[in-house]
Design a protein around this ligand. Structure first.
Ligand code: SAM
Length: 345
């Protein structure tokens, strides 16, 4: 249930809040739009033009913005991309973030192909959990989805993360005709490994997206079919840990299965996120192409932190309800022009 504006102003004085009463505490930061994979769902058929280096946020700019966000109530920061470790110095950035923000809940989303040498560092800086993209346990399908034959590398990273005692969420984008015949493998993983295996509904992002009725595999259907393979017990999470996934313990198993129904059943009322693209565009909703350019401001000599804070607050006030944008989507078209590789997921 969304709040009225008078309820909002009472509840949100000081903290970063939007006009629907949602408190924004989760900052997703894309540090690069470069990636060594070519995932079908992330980059559409239309060639993504990489952002030139001078337009990419420098690490000191990222630290300054993080400082502003933390002062405004950010509790959780996720580094994403592109592939975060495709950017030189990502390890250094993690160290600096930890040094400056000792209590920040630091997270990472990665394709797992470049991160393995840095696992001791992730442990050292206390990365709370790693979201590892893994859309198939079948080598051929993996290569088809990602454009690269890197499944063994990702499985090795998964193994090393678990051995290091780092909590792992496996993210699989559910695609009909691609990985829908492999539900057993995912259920098997959730049964035998201490991980969260989460299906994310394929979202129609970016012009030229492959999204359509023939590729969309809805969460309810996956849940129904998975329930035939294992007994799934619903889990209720403490509010502060609850993400958008509906989570189920696999009876008699080590892990959990989850379903993120970003398209079929929205969770906008609890959305607490802001996103920043690697070229400094603040995005208040995944589905909304309206962005607030911060890079120019950041690089203006006379721009103070207070001014930047005001811009973020104003942007936040206009954070929309993504489901309404999704509803207005013109049949056959993407919901947003930007591809996920340029946003960060
Ligand atoms: N390279 C990293 C990775 O592979 O996890 C981080 C970037 S990737 C854009 C972040 C997340 O976005 C991944 O978990 C991916 O599964 C998700 N994603 C990308 N495109 C998507 C789409 N069209 N629908 C649903 N999820 C998508």
């Amino acid at each position: 249930m969304l709040a009225s504006s008078s309820q909002t102003s009472q509840r949100c004085s000081g903290a970063l809040c939007d006009s629907h009463g949602r408190r924004v505490q989760y900052f997703r930061l894309s540090i690069t739009d470069r990636c060594n994979l070519r995932c079908l769902y992330c980059r559409s058929q239309i060639q993504h033009k990489f952002i030139p280096h001078p337009q990419v946020l420098r690490y000191e700019e990222i630290l300054r913005l993080t400082h502003i966000m933390v002062a405004a109530g950010t509790r959780k920061l996720r580094l994403t991309g592109g592939e975060p470790f495709a950017r030189k110095g990502c390890d250094r950035l993690l160290l600096m973030l930890r040094e400056r923000f000792p209590t920040l809940d630091l997270r990472l989303t990665t394709n797992g192909t470049l991160v393995e040498p840095y696992i001791p560092l992730l442990k050292r800086v206390g990365v709370g959990a790693v979201n590892l993209s893994l859309d198939s346990f079948n080598r051929e399908t993996f290569a088809h989805v990602t454009g690269r034959d890197f499944l063994p590398a990702v499985l090795s990273t998964l193994d090393s993360l678990l051995s290091a005692g780092i909590s792992v969420k496996l993210n699989a984008v559910a695609m009909r005709g691609i990985n829908d015949r492999q539900l057993d493998d995912f259920v098997h993983a959730a049964r035998t490994l201490p991980v969260d295996v989460r299906f994310i509904e394929f979202m129609p992002m970016g012009n030229g997206t492959l999204w359509g009725p023939e590729t969309f595999w809805p969460a309810d259907e996956i849940y129904r079919d998975a329930s035939r393979l294992a007994e799934l017990r619903p889990e209720t999470e403490r509010r502060e840990h609850a993400g958008p996934a509906r989570m189920f313990k696999v009876a008699g198993g080590k892990g959990r299965l989850g379903f993120i129904s970003a398209v079929s059943s929205h969770f906008c009322s609890t959305c607490n996120r802001l996103r920043l693209t690697c070229d400094g565009h603040l995005r208040t909703c995944l589905f909304d192409d309206r962005e607030y350019p911060l890079l120019e401001l950041l690089r203006r000599q006379d721009c103070t932190d207070a001014e930047l804070d005001q811009v973020v607050r104003q942007a936040c006030l206009h954070k929309p309800i993504g489901a309404e944008i999704l509803k207005q989507r013109v049949q056959g078209k993407a919901v947003a022009e930007k591809q996920m590789v340029g946003i960060g997921g």
